[in-house]
Design a protein around this ligand. Structure first.
Ligand code: GLY
Length: 341
């Protein structure tokens, strides 16, 4: 049985470790605060949005996102109640300028434009001022906090509190570095923090049925409604390393949220959170061997798509660790592609 160390106990590290365990590996996860809430997963809303969250000029990433999206129903099923919801996403645009900005993306995704009243037939809480939008049935949601809790249970006794500062400390035969933004210090790879501010609201369950991904007067926002009445409002995207919650960040999120769904004004604010997505120079993940020794595999830099990419990352990285063979899907995500490992 292979002994494998996984460095990083966020959604990517835990998903990989659970897959390795399922395939018979003797796996240990190392994280400085395994019960903590520092990871990007804690802040993430859990949109599973291969179209809405991708840079459409990068087809290799879209293929990976779509492949992972297909794995999500079975992955969620295997974890129990993790808030997986397939009601779909409504992309919406408030003004004519917002429509013009969004239309290119909708066209690329081959989605049929809907009028404001067609959108309100599907989602009555939407503002009558919304000009146009689309329905994206394949863009779903899950609750990342429930996913991480379920994965931790599956890995009980195998997640240890330990800060790894040098990979040479590890005596396992194989090592997976899935340490999010911490991957840079461990490997020298270019993973940078990309700040996101979020607001969580709570109101009557059922006010919103779909995920709403919209633009209102140039402000982009997404609204992810949970079955219990929580609505996650996100997110700023800032090239900053601080954890400050700012007046401008929160204002823009709430302004756009209320412009699109006026009834949210009655919701209670339950949480403000700030986190950092692990970005890379092309904002696509780093997936593959760290170097020619082939002892260490990297799975990091998932930027805006860590939750969506968890199942495919787990499957492909487990293959690589246990068999040494890289699926063709991984070709474009070589950790050394920027030449700075
Ligand atoms: N995937 C949503 C975000 O990164 O804000």
């Amino acid at each position: 049985m292979s002994r494998v160390a996984v460095v990083g106990g966020g959604i990517i590290g835990l998903a990989i470790a659970a897959e390795l365990l399922r395939r018979g590996a003797d796996v240990t996860v190392y994280d400085p605060s395994p019960d903590g809430t520092d990871g990007a997963w804690h802040v993430a809303a859990g949109m599973l949005a291969p179209g809405g969250e991708s840079a459409f000029e990068y087809p290799h990433l879209i293929r990976l996102l779509e492949a992972s999206n297909e794995l999500w129903p079975a992955f969620a099923d295997g974890l129990g109640d993790v808030g997986y919801d397939d009601a779909g996403t409504l992309g919406v645009a408030l003004t004519a300028d917002d429509v013009a900005e969004s239309a290119r993306e909708w066209k690329h995704q081959k989605l049929t434009p809907l009028t404001g009243s067609q959108l309100r037939d599907r989602e009555p809480a939407l503002s009558p001022r919304i000009r146009a939008g689309v329905f994206a049935p394949a863009e779903r949601q899950v609750d990342p906090r429930k996913v991480v809790a379920a994965l931790r249970i599956r890995l009980a006794g195998r997640v240890l509190t330990r800060r790894v500062t040098d990979l040479s400390e590890l005596d396992e035969e194989r090592c997976v570095v899935a340490a999010g933004c911490g991957t840079a210090a461990l490997t020298g790879l270019p993973v940078r923090p990309v700040k996101g501010q979020m607001v969580r609201l709570r109101g009557e369950p059922g006010v919103l049925r779909h995920v709403i991904d919209g633009t209102a007067d140039g402000r982009h926002v997404y609204l992810v409604p949970r079955a219990d009445g929580e609505v996650v409002v996100g997110a700023t995207q800032e090239e900053r390393t601080d954890r400050a919650l700012t007046a401008g960040g929160v204002h823009d999120l709430l302004r756009a949220a209320l412009d699109l769904v006026p009834g949210l004004a009655e919701h209670e604010i339950t949480e403000f959170t700030v986190g950092h997505r692990p970005g890379t120079p092309d904002n696509a993940p780093l997936l593959g061997h760290l170097d020619d020794s082939r002892k260490t595999v990297v799975a990091a830099g998932h930027h805006r798509n860590g939750v969506l990419l968890a199942p495919i990352t787990a499957r492909l990285i487990a293959d690589l660790v246990l068999t040494g063979s890289a699926d063709p899907l991984l070709e474009s995500f070589e950790p050394g592609r920027f030449g700075c490992a």
